[in-house]
Ligand binder design. Structure first.
Ligand SMILES: [Zn+2]
Length: 389
Protein backbone atom coordinates (compact mmCIF):
# COMPACT_ATOMS: atom_id res chain seq x y z
CA UNK A 1 0.00 0.00 0.00
CA UNK A 2 1.44 3.40 -0.88
CA UNK A 3 1.91 6.16 1.65
CA UNK A 4 -0.84 8.63 0.60
CA UNK A 5 -3.53 5.93 0.69
CA UNK A 6 -2.29 4.69 4.04
CA UNK A 7 -2.52 8.26 5.36
CA UNK A 8 -6.06 8.61 4.06
CA UNK A 9 -7.13 5.39 5.74
CA UNK A 10 -5.68 6.55 9.06
CA UNK A 11 -7.60 9.81 8.77
CA UNK A 12 -10.83 7.96 7.96
CA UNK A 13 -10.44 5.67 10.95
CA UNK A 14 -9.86 8.68 13.19
CA UNK A 15 -12.97 10.31 11.80
CA UNK A 16 -15.01 7.13 12.28
CA UNK A 17 -13.85 6.87 15.90
CA UNK A 18 -14.56 10.54 16.56
CA UNK A 19 -18.07 10.13 15.23
CA UNK A 20 -18.61 7.00 17.32
CA UNK A 21 -17.51 8.77 20.50
CA UNK A 22 -19.81 11.75 19.89
CA UNK A 23 -22.70 9.51 18.82
CA UNK A 24 -22.37 7.30 21.93
CA UNK A 25 -22.35 10.33 24.23
CA UNK A 26 -25.22 11.94 22.34
CA UNK A 27 -27.55 8.93 22.39
CA UNK A 28 -26.74 7.79 25.93
CA UNK A 29 -27.10 11.22 27.50
CA UNK A 30 -23.64 10.82 29.07
CA UNK A 31 -20.96 8.21 29.80
CA UNK A 32 -17.67 7.89 31.63
CA UNK A 33 -14.40 7.27 29.78
CA UNK A 34 -14.40 3.65 30.92
CA UNK A 35 -17.98 3.16 29.70
CA UNK A 36 -16.93 4.54 26.30
CA UNK A 37 -13.97 2.11 26.26
CA UNK A 38 -16.31 -0.80 26.95
CA UNK A 39 -19.00 0.37 24.54
CA UNK A 40 -16.76 1.20 21.58
CA UNK A 41 -14.02 -1.40 22.16
CA UNK A 42 -11.33 1.27 22.00
CA UNK A 43 -8.30 1.62 24.28
CA UNK A 44 -8.46 4.03 27.22
CA UNK A 45 -5.64 6.13 25.77
CA UNK A 46 -7.48 6.43 22.42
CA UNK A 47 -10.73 7.47 24.11
CA UNK A 48 -8.78 9.88 26.29
CA UNK A 49 -7.26 11.49 23.22
CA UNK A 50 -10.65 12.01 21.53
CA UNK A 51 -12.21 13.38 24.69
CA UNK A 52 -9.37 15.87 25.12
CA UNK A 53 -9.75 17.07 21.51
CA UNK A 54 -13.55 17.28 21.68
CA UNK A 55 -13.44 19.04 25.06
CA UNK A 56 -10.91 21.56 23.76
CA UNK A 57 -13.36 22.75 21.09
CA UNK A 58 -16.25 22.72 23.56
CA UNK A 59 -18.31 19.94 22.01
CA UNK A 60 -17.90 17.57 24.97
CA UNK A 61 -18.12 18.66 28.58
CA UNK A 62 -17.25 17.00 31.83
CA UNK A 63 -20.07 16.90 34.37
CA UNK A 64 -20.95 15.33 37.70
CA UNK A 65 -19.00 12.50 39.29
CA UNK A 66 -20.45 9.01 38.93
CA UNK A 67 -20.43 6.46 41.76
CA UNK A 68 -16.92 5.23 42.43
CA UNK A 69 -16.08 1.58 41.87
CA UNK A 70 -12.85 2.04 43.81
CA UNK A 71 -10.34 4.84 43.35
CA UNK A 72 -11.19 8.29 42.01
CA UNK A 73 -14.89 8.58 40.98
CA UNK A 74 -15.29 8.88 37.19
CA UNK A 75 -16.80 11.99 35.61
CA UNK A 76 -19.86 11.95 33.39
CA UNK A 77 -18.99 13.14 29.90
CA UNK A 78 -21.80 14.70 27.86
CA UNK A 79 -22.33 16.50 24.57
CA UNK A 80 -22.57 20.23 25.26
CA UNK A 81 -26.11 21.13 24.09
CA UNK A 82 -25.07 24.72 23.45
CA UNK A 83 -22.01 23.95 21.35
CA UNK A 84 -24.04 25.02 18.32
CA UNK A 85 -27.52 26.43 17.81
CA UNK A 86 -29.81 25.47 14.97
CA UNK A 87 -31.83 28.35 13.57
CA UNK A 88 -34.98 28.15 11.49
CA UNK A 89 -36.82 30.99 9.80
CA UNK A 90 -40.26 31.02 8.23
CA UNK A 91 -40.78 33.72 5.63
CA UNK A 92 -44.53 33.90 5.10
CA UNK A 93 -46.77 36.34 3.29
CA UNK A 94 -47.41 38.70 6.18
CA UNK A 95 -45.09 37.56 8.93
CA UNK A 96 -41.61 36.22 9.65
CA UNK A 97 -40.97 33.71 12.44
CA UNK A 98 -37.53 32.97 13.88
CA UNK A 99 -36.72 29.95 16.07
CA UNK A 100 -33.60 28.42 17.58
CA UNK A 101 -32.95 25.07 19.23
CA UNK A 102 -29.96 23.44 20.91
CA UNK A 103 -28.09 20.34 19.75
CA UNK A 104 -30.77 18.12 21.31
CA UNK A 105 -33.58 19.84 19.46
CA UNK A 106 -34.86 21.66 22.52
CA UNK A 107 -36.38 25.02 21.72
CA UNK A 108 -34.26 27.91 22.98
CA UNK A 109 -35.79 30.97 21.38
CA UNK A 110 -38.54 32.16 19.09
CA UNK A 111 -39.67 35.54 17.84
CA UNK A 112 -42.07 36.84 15.22
CA UNK A 113 -42.47 40.10 13.39
CA UNK A 114 -45.10 41.35 10.97
CA UNK A 115 -43.53 41.94 7.60
CA UNK A 116 -45.44 41.93 4.32
CA UNK A 117 -43.48 40.03 1.68
CA UNK A 118 -42.27 42.08 -1.29
CA UNK A 119 -39.51 41.14 -3.64
CA UNK A 120 -37.52 44.32 -3.23
CA UNK A 121 -34.49 45.71 -1.42
CA UNK A 122 -36.43 47.35 1.40
CA UNK A 123 -37.99 44.00 2.34
CA UNK A 124 -34.65 42.21 2.54
CA UNK A 125 -33.16 45.08 4.58
CA UNK A 126 -36.07 44.84 7.04
CA UNK A 127 -35.71 41.04 7.17
CA UNK A 128 -32.01 41.32 7.88
CA UNK A 129 -32.65 43.83 10.70
CA UNK A 130 -35.33 41.61 12.22
CA UNK A 131 -32.96 38.63 12.15
CA UNK A 132 -30.18 40.64 13.81
CA UNK A 133 -32.61 41.78 16.50
CA UNK A 134 -33.65 38.13 17.10
CA UNK A 135 -30.01 37.09 17.50
CA UNK A 136 -29.21 39.94 19.88
CA UNK A 137 -32.36 39.57 22.00
CA UNK A 138 -31.56 35.90 22.56
CA UNK A 139 -27.76 36.22 22.91
CA UNK A 140 -27.17 34.05 19.84
CA UNK A 141 -23.72 34.45 18.33
CA UNK A 142 -23.37 34.06 14.57
CA UNK A 143 -20.27 31.87 14.93
CA UNK A 144 -22.31 29.36 16.97
CA UNK A 145 -25.08 29.02 14.38
CA UNK A 146 -25.55 26.10 12.02
CA UNK A 147 -26.49 26.95 8.44
CA UNK A 148 -30.20 27.80 8.74
CA UNK A 149 -33.16 26.50 6.81
CA UNK A 150 -35.73 29.03 5.66
CA UNK A 151 -39.29 27.77 5.27
CA UNK A 152 -41.20 29.46 2.47
CA UNK A 153 -44.71 29.36 1.02
CA UNK A 154 -43.67 27.49 -2.07
CA UNK A 155 -42.30 24.20 -3.31
CA UNK A 156 -38.52 24.21 -3.62
CA UNK A 157 -36.07 22.24 -5.72
CA UNK A 158 -34.42 19.19 -4.12
CA UNK A 159 -31.32 21.19 -3.19
CA UNK A 160 -33.31 23.96 -1.50
CA UNK A 161 -31.78 26.66 -3.65
CA UNK A 162 -34.85 28.02 -5.41
CA UNK A 163 -38.63 27.97 -5.44
CA UNK A 164 -40.06 25.94 -8.30
CA UNK A 165 -43.71 26.66 -7.51
CA UNK A 166 -44.63 29.73 -5.51
CA UNK A 167 -47.41 31.89 -6.91
CA UNK A 168 -47.79 33.46 -3.46
CA UNK A 169 -44.19 34.55 -3.53
CA UNK A 170 -43.95 36.82 -6.51
CA UNK A 171 -43.26 33.92 -8.85
CA UNK A 172 -39.97 32.12 -8.43
CA UNK A 173 -37.82 35.17 -7.74
CA UNK A 174 -37.01 34.37 -4.12
CA UNK A 175 -33.96 32.12 -3.93
CA UNK A 176 -31.46 30.90 -1.38
CA UNK A 177 -28.67 33.08 -2.78
CA UNK A 178 -30.65 36.30 -2.22
CA UNK A 179 -31.60 35.28 1.31
CA UNK A 180 -28.04 34.13 2.11
CA UNK A 181 -26.71 37.50 1.04
CA UNK A 182 -29.34 39.32 3.05
CA UNK A 183 -28.87 37.30 6.26
CA UNK A 184 -25.12 36.82 6.01
CA UNK A 185 -25.42 33.03 6.41
CA UNK A 186 -25.63 30.23 3.87
CA UNK A 187 -29.27 29.19 3.93
CA UNK A 188 -31.31 26.34 2.46
CA UNK A 189 -34.94 26.72 1.43
CA UNK A 190 -37.70 24.30 2.34
CA UNK A 191 -41.49 24.21 1.96
CA UNK A 192 -43.24 25.61 5.05
CA UNK A 193 -45.65 22.66 5.29
CA UNK A 194 -42.73 20.23 5.13
CA UNK A 195 -40.93 22.05 7.94
CA UNK A 196 -44.07 22.25 10.08
CA UNK A 197 -44.63 18.52 9.71
CA UNK A 198 -40.98 17.77 10.61
CA UNK A 199 -41.50 19.73 13.83
CA UNK A 200 -44.81 18.09 14.70
CA UNK A 201 -43.40 14.59 14.09
CA UNK A 202 -40.44 15.51 16.30
CA UNK A 203 -42.94 16.39 19.01
CA UNK A 204 -45.11 13.34 18.32
CA UNK A 205 -42.73 10.43 17.62
CA UNK A 206 -45.65 8.03 18.09
CA UNK A 207 -47.20 9.28 14.83
CA UNK A 208 -45.97 7.06 12.03
CA UNK A 209 -48.40 7.53 9.18
CA UNK A 210 -50.98 10.04 8.10
CA UNK A 211 -51.50 13.58 6.90
CA UNK A 212 -51.07 17.00 8.43
CA UNK A 213 -53.51 19.82 7.84
CA UNK A 214 -51.66 23.07 8.38
CA UNK A 215 -54.46 25.52 9.18
CA UNK A 216 -52.47 28.62 8.29
CA UNK A 217 -53.65 31.86 6.73
CA UNK A 218 -52.91 30.00 3.51
CA UNK A 219 -53.73 26.30 3.82
CA UNK A 220 -50.93 23.73 3.79
CA UNK A 221 -50.66 19.98 3.95
CA UNK A 222 -48.12 17.20 4.32
CA UNK A 223 -48.02 13.43 4.01
CA UNK A 224 -45.94 11.30 6.37
CA UNK A 225 -45.07 7.61 6.25
CA UNK A 226 -42.84 5.69 8.66
CA UNK A 227 -42.45 8.87 10.71
CA UNK A 228 -40.91 10.78 7.78
CA UNK A 229 -42.41 13.52 5.63
CA UNK A 230 -42.86 12.23 2.09
CA UNK A 231 -42.55 14.67 -0.79
CA UNK A 232 -43.12 12.31 -3.71
CA UNK A 233 -41.48 11.90 -7.11
CA UNK A 234 -41.98 15.52 -8.12
CA UNK A 235 -41.94 17.11 -4.66
CA UNK A 236 -45.69 17.75 -4.60
CA UNK A 237 -46.95 14.94 -2.34
CA UNK A 238 -49.14 16.18 0.49
CA UNK A 239 -50.03 19.53 -1.11
CA UNK A 240 -53.57 19.26 0.19
CA UNK A 241 -54.12 22.98 -0.28
CA UNK A 242 -54.76 22.12 -3.93
CA UNK A 243 -57.02 19.13 -3.26
CA UNK A 244 -60.07 19.79 -5.41
CA UNK A 245 -63.23 20.19 -3.37
CA UNK A 246 -65.35 21.62 -6.21
CA UNK A 247 -64.12 21.82 -9.84
CA UNK A 248 -66.56 24.70 -10.44
CA UNK A 249 -65.54 26.59 -7.32
CA UNK A 250 -63.55 29.78 -6.85
CA UNK A 251 -60.27 30.33 -8.63
CA UNK A 252 -57.29 29.36 -6.49
CA UNK A 253 -53.94 31.21 -6.67
CA UNK A 254 -52.54 28.09 -8.34
CA UNK A 255 -54.79 28.64 -11.38
CA UNK A 256 -57.19 25.76 -10.66
CA UNK A 257 -60.72 26.01 -9.35
CA UNK A 258 -62.23 24.95 -6.05
CA UNK A 259 -59.01 23.93 -4.26
CA UNK A 260 -59.19 23.36 -0.50
CA UNK A 261 -57.22 26.64 -0.16
CA UNK A 262 -60.26 28.57 -1.43
CA UNK A 263 -62.40 27.08 1.36
CA UNK A 264 -60.12 26.43 4.32
CA UNK A 265 -57.32 29.01 4.26
CA UNK A 266 -57.69 30.88 7.57
CA UNK A 267 -57.68 34.10 5.53
CA UNK A 268 -60.93 33.00 3.89
CA UNK A 269 -62.48 32.55 7.31
CA UNK A 270 -61.24 35.96 8.46
CA UNK A 271 -62.46 37.69 5.29
CA UNK A 272 -65.90 36.08 5.47
CA UNK A 273 -66.28 36.86 9.16
CA UNK A 274 -64.87 40.39 8.96
CA UNK A 275 -62.51 39.57 11.85
CA UNK A 276 -59.01 41.05 11.92
CA UNK A 277 -57.29 37.99 13.33
CA UNK A 278 -57.84 34.54 14.83
CA UNK A 279 -58.18 35.91 18.36
CA UNK A 280 -61.10 38.13 17.43
CA UNK A 281 -62.68 35.30 15.44
CA UNK A 282 -62.53 32.77 18.26
CA UNK A 283 -63.60 35.23 20.97
CA UNK A 284 -66.73 36.02 18.95
CA UNK A 285 -67.26 32.37 18.01
CA UNK A 286 -67.03 31.14 21.59
CA UNK A 287 -69.23 34.07 22.62
CA UNK A 288 -72.04 32.59 20.53
CA UNK A 289 -72.00 34.76 17.38
CA UNK A 290 -74.46 32.87 15.17
CA UNK A 291 -72.91 33.98 11.86
CA UNK A 292 -69.45 32.82 12.97
CA UNK A 293 -70.83 29.54 14.30
CA UNK A 294 -72.29 28.92 10.85
CA UNK A 295 -68.99 29.82 9.12
CA UNK A 296 -67.02 27.58 11.47
CA UNK A 297 -69.36 24.65 10.89
CA UNK A 298 -68.96 25.09 7.13
CA UNK A 299 -65.18 25.22 7.57
CA UNK A 300 -65.12 22.00 9.62
CA UNK A 301 -67.50 20.36 7.13
CA UNK A 302 -65.10 20.92 4.22
CA UNK A 303 -62.10 19.86 6.30
CA UNK A 304 -63.96 16.68 7.24
CA UNK A 305 -64.88 15.94 3.63
CA UNK A 306 -61.25 16.12 2.52
CA UNK A 307 -60.01 14.25 5.60
CA UNK A 308 -62.54 11.49 4.93
CA UNK A 309 -61.25 10.98 1.40
CA UNK A 310 -57.56 11.26 2.29
CA UNK A 311 -57.96 8.76 5.15
CA UNK A 312 -59.20 6.18 2.63
CA UNK A 313 -55.73 6.39 1.05
CA UNK A 314 -53.47 6.84 4.06
CA UNK A 315 -55.25 4.85 6.82
CA UNK A 316 -53.29 6.93 9.30
CA UNK A 317 -53.53 9.81 11.74
CA UNK A 318 -54.87 13.29 11.08
CA UNK A 319 -52.58 15.94 12.52
CA UNK A 320 -53.79 19.54 12.91
CA UNK A 321 -51.15 22.26 12.96
CA UNK A 322 -50.75 25.91 12.02
CA UNK A 323 -52.29 29.29 12.81
CA UNK A 324 -55.77 28.12 13.88
CA UNK A 325 -54.71 24.92 15.66
CA UNK A 326 -54.02 26.40 19.15
CA UNK A 327 -57.64 27.62 19.20
CA UNK A 328 -59.23 24.29 18.27
CA UNK A 329 -60.83 22.81 21.38
CA UNK A 330 -62.11 19.34 22.25
CA UNK A 331 -65.63 20.24 21.08
CA UNK A 332 -64.26 21.21 17.64
CA UNK A 333 -62.31 17.96 17.46
CA UNK A 334 -65.44 16.04 18.45
CA UNK A 335 -67.41 17.78 15.69
CA UNK A 336 -64.66 17.11 13.15
CA UNK A 337 -64.48 13.45 14.14
CA UNK A 338 -68.26 13.08 13.89
CA UNK A 339 -68.36 14.74 10.46
CA UNK A 340 -65.48 12.58 9.17
CA UNK A 341 -67.02 9.36 10.45
CA UNK A 342 -70.60 9.96 9.38
CA UNK A 343 -69.77 8.88 5.84
CA UNK A 344 -66.65 6.76 6.33
CA UNK A 345 -66.77 2.93 6.42
CA UNK A 346 -63.51 2.63 8.38
CA UNK A 347 -63.92 4.80 11.47
CA UNK A 348 -61.27 7.30 12.52
CA UNK A 349 -60.69 6.81 16.25
CA UNK A 350 -60.32 9.83 18.54
CA UNK A 351 -56.65 9.10 19.33
CA UNK A 352 -55.83 9.35 15.62
CA UNK A 353 -57.02 12.96 15.50
CA UNK A 354 -54.11 14.88 17.00
CA UNK A 355 -53.52 18.60 17.55
CA UNK A 356 -49.90 19.62 17.03
CA UNK A 357 -47.84 21.76 19.36
CA UNK A 358 -46.21 24.28 17.04
CA UNK A 359 -49.18 26.47 16.09
CA UNK A 360 -48.18 29.11 13.57
CA UNK A 361 -44.51 28.87 14.56
CA UNK A 362 -44.29 25.19 13.51
CA UNK A 363 -42.60 26.00 10.15
CA UNK A 364 -39.79 28.00 11.83
CA UNK A 365 -39.32 25.41 14.58
CA UNK A 366 -39.30 22.67 11.93
CA UNK A 367 -36.78 24.58 9.82
CA UNK A 368 -34.48 24.67 12.87
CA UNK A 369 -34.95 20.90 13.29
CA UNK A 370 -34.02 20.42 9.60
CA UNK A 371 -30.79 22.38 10.17
CA UNK A 372 -30.03 20.30 13.25
CA UNK A 373 -30.74 16.95 11.60
CA UNK A 374 -28.48 17.83 8.66
CA UNK A 375 -25.63 18.86 10.97
CA UNK A 376 -25.86 15.79 13.19
CA UNK A 377 -25.99 13.50 10.19
CA UNK A 378 -23.18 15.14 8.24
CA UNK A 379 -20.80 15.72 11.15
CA UNK A 380 -21.43 12.72 13.38
CA UNK A 381 -23.50 10.24 11.31
CA UNK A 382 -26.24 10.67 13.91
CA UNK A 383 -29.63 9.90 12.45
CA UNK A 384 -33.16 9.99 13.77
CA UNK A 385 -32.99 11.77 17.08
CA UNK A 386 -36.69 12.63 17.17
CA UNK A 387 -38.53 12.15 20.39
CA UNK A 388 -35.46 10.95 22.21
CA UNK A 389 -35.18 13.94 24.52
ZN1 LIG B 1 -54.96 25.49 -5.85
Amino acid sequence: MDAPLKGLNKLSLKEVNRRQVVSALYHSGGMSKQQLVNELQLSLSTVDQYIRTLSAVGLVQSGNCLASTGGRPPRLLTVNPDYKKAVGIAVLNHVVHFAACDLFGRERAQQSCNLDYRHDKSYFTALSQAFESFLQANSLKREDLLSPYVAVQGLTDREGTSIVFGPLFDGVKLDAATLSLSLGLKITLCHDSYAACVYELWQHPELKQGVMFMLNRNFGGALFINGEVVTGLGGTAGTLEHYCVNPHGKLCYCGSRGCLETYCAADVLLTQSGCADRQEFFIKLRGGDSRLIELWQEYLQVLAQVARNVLCITDGSLLLSGYLSPYINEDDKGTLLRLINQNLPFKLTAERLVTGRGGDTAPALGAAQCALERYLNQEFSIRQVRGQF
